[in-house]
Design a protein around this ligand. Structure first.
Ligand code: NAD
Length: 487
């Protein structure tokens, strides 16, 4: 059976208590296709307080039974849901593509598989995240249990509308929490369509719900007195507001996955082709709309000319694959919408006075939000394009002489999500890996993530971690039980 939704019939109801229902709020928002700026839908519900309250009521009612569901049943539900995501991967990708513009082969397939793998990975943890017991040294046996938090929520961005759902919902549900999802107002459809798969997998009503809306809906979630945890992925300014709202309301737990300005350090002794391949993919994937994109490349002066020539040629080759995201063979689609297009073009225009344009810099075509991969060289450390996340296919390339000098430059931003170093010298690589101020480091690779290792940023790039065992810790709290054995 196929999903009851399609590009011409996207979901326009929210998903509460295992039913698609009309939102109580009469407000709607519109979404557009970034390949030609045509209207996709003007009837997406902008959920208000009554809708968020209804979701919380449903989740609270479901929680007592859900947290006590036998492990094997919960595991099987997550596995069935993962299989359903895989089965409907292409349909879900279409629902994302009509507003994100990401081609299936280069992004949609990857994203669907990332979401499905999250549910499989955390299904495996359902009966393996036990507590601890401590020595009976003083007449007491002490045990700790990892207790679910109750009603939890995920507020996600538009650049990975399905992948980010898996990273939040899977550990939340695996540990016995109920979960309310709020997708981005730019890419609401795949998340809403998941409701159909939630029903089919057999989740009890209220366990996994989806409300659509914009920042105002996200703020209702962040301020809600009965939501105990918010896991947020998005920009740093919004992340700060969320932390503030969480603190001012009920001190709900907060995980923040925020922006990046990730450096890649390319040393004279590296495998040049390997370094070029990773650096190109790191800034071109998803049209540069990737939080851990290597957008600052530092090349040691001995191989500067070779690196720059190959990097430029490879990006110009990639530019030939820009086109209609629905067409076969397209690797790079447009930016997500006109506001993002204007933002990226603004950085490019101002960048012209901050560095030397190596390649790109132009819009592609005369409609839609297509932009060439763009590189500036010799940019000052304090320039706007050195210090700000552009979130498009725009990078800077600078030269360095020594390890000490480049480490200082690499760390000289407020971001700290990912960093990469390319060298054949393992001692240097490990030294630099320890000196980087970042949550993740790649040696002879950059801008990548693994399901079983912590994902997240240091400094202003985030708070807490997703993936691996860490995500389970962020969706539970230890409860200490002391048993008096002398009574
Ligand atoms: P954004 O902060 O504008 O929005 C993200 C989500 O927050 C959306 O669902 C939005 O509706 C909601 N929101 C907006 N204002 C809110 C408010 N006041 N209260 C509560 N919710 C609110 O971010 P974006 O433009 O959608 O995404 C791009 C950003 O996300 C980039 O900075 C990127 O680096 C970051 N990102 C980070 C990661 C990561 O894992 N570190 C992954 C993907 C994207």
């Amino acid at each position: 059976m196929t999903l009851p939704f399609s590009a011409s019939n996207p979901p326009t109801q929210i998903f509460l208590n295992n039913q698609f229902v009309d939102a109580k709020s009469s407000q709607k928002f519109s979404v557009y296709n970034p390949k030609d700026s045509s209207l996709v839908c003007d009837k997406v519900p902008l959920c208000g307080e009554d809708d968020v309250n209804a979701a919380v009521d449903g989740a609270e009612a479901a929680f007592p039974k859900w947290k006590k569901m036998p492990n094997t049943e919960r595991r099987d539900l997550l596995l069935r849901f993962a299989d359903l995501i895989d089965k409907h991967s292409e349909e879900l990708a279409v629902l994302t593509r009509i507003t994100l513009g990401a081609p299936y082969e280069s992004f949609g397939r990857f994203e669907g598989s990332m979401a499905a793998e999250s549910f499989r990975y955390y299904a495996g943890f359902v009966d393996k995240f036990g507590g601890e017991s401590y020595p009976q040294d003083n007449g007491f046996l002490k045990i700790t249990r990892h207790e679910p938090l109750g009603v939890t929520a995920g507020v996600v961005p538009w650049n990975g509308p399905l992948g980010t759902v898996g990273l939040k919902a899977a550990p939340a549900l695996a540990t016995g929490n109920c979960f309310i999802l709020k997708p981005s107002e730019k890419t609401p459809f795949a998340a809403l369509a998941l409701g159909h798969l939630i029903q089919e997998a057999g989740f009890p009503p209220g366990v996994f719900q989806v409300v659509s809306g914009d920042g105002s809906t996200g703020a209702l979630i962040a301020r809600h007195m009965r939501i105990r945890k918010i896991s947020f992925t998005g920009s740093i300014p919004t992340g700060k507001k969320i932390q503030q709202m969480a603190a001012e309301s009920n001190l709900k737990r907060v995980t923040l996955e925020l922006g990046g300005k990730s450096p890649a350090l390319v040393f004279d002794d590296c495998n040049l082709d390997n370094a070029v391949t990773w650096c190109v993919n790191a800034i071109a994937a998803n049209t540069g709309q990737v939080c851990f994109a290597a957008s600052r490349v530092y090349v040691q002066e001995g191989i500067r000319d070779q690196f720059v020539a190959k990097y430029k040629a490879a990006l110009e080759e990639r530019a030939k694959t820009i086109g209609d995201p629905d067409a076969k063979g397209t690797i790079m689609g447009p930016l997500v919408d006109e506001s993002q297009f204007k933002r990226v073009m603004g950085f490019i225009e101002r960048g012209a006075s901050q560095g030397n344009l190596l390649t790109g810099g132009q819009r592609v075509g005369d409609q839609g939000c297509f932009v060439q991969p763009t590189v500036f060289t010799d940019v000052d450390l304090d320039a706007e394009i050195s210090q700000n996340e552009i979130f498009g296919p725009v990078s800077i390339v600078n030269t360095f002489k020594t390890e000490e000098e480049v480490i200082e430059k690499a760390n000289a931003t407020e971001y700290g999500l990912m960093a990469g170093v390319f060298t054949q010298d393992i001692n240097r690589a490990l030294r630099i890996a320890s000196d980087f101020e970042s949550g993740m480091v790649g040696i002879n690779c950059v801008s990548l993530t693994m399901m079983n290792t912590p994902f997240g940023g240091s400094k202003q790039s985030g708070l807490g971690r997703e993936c691996g065992r860490n995500a389970l810790e962020h969706f539970t709290e230890p409860k200490t039980v002391m048993i008096n054995l002398t009574y």
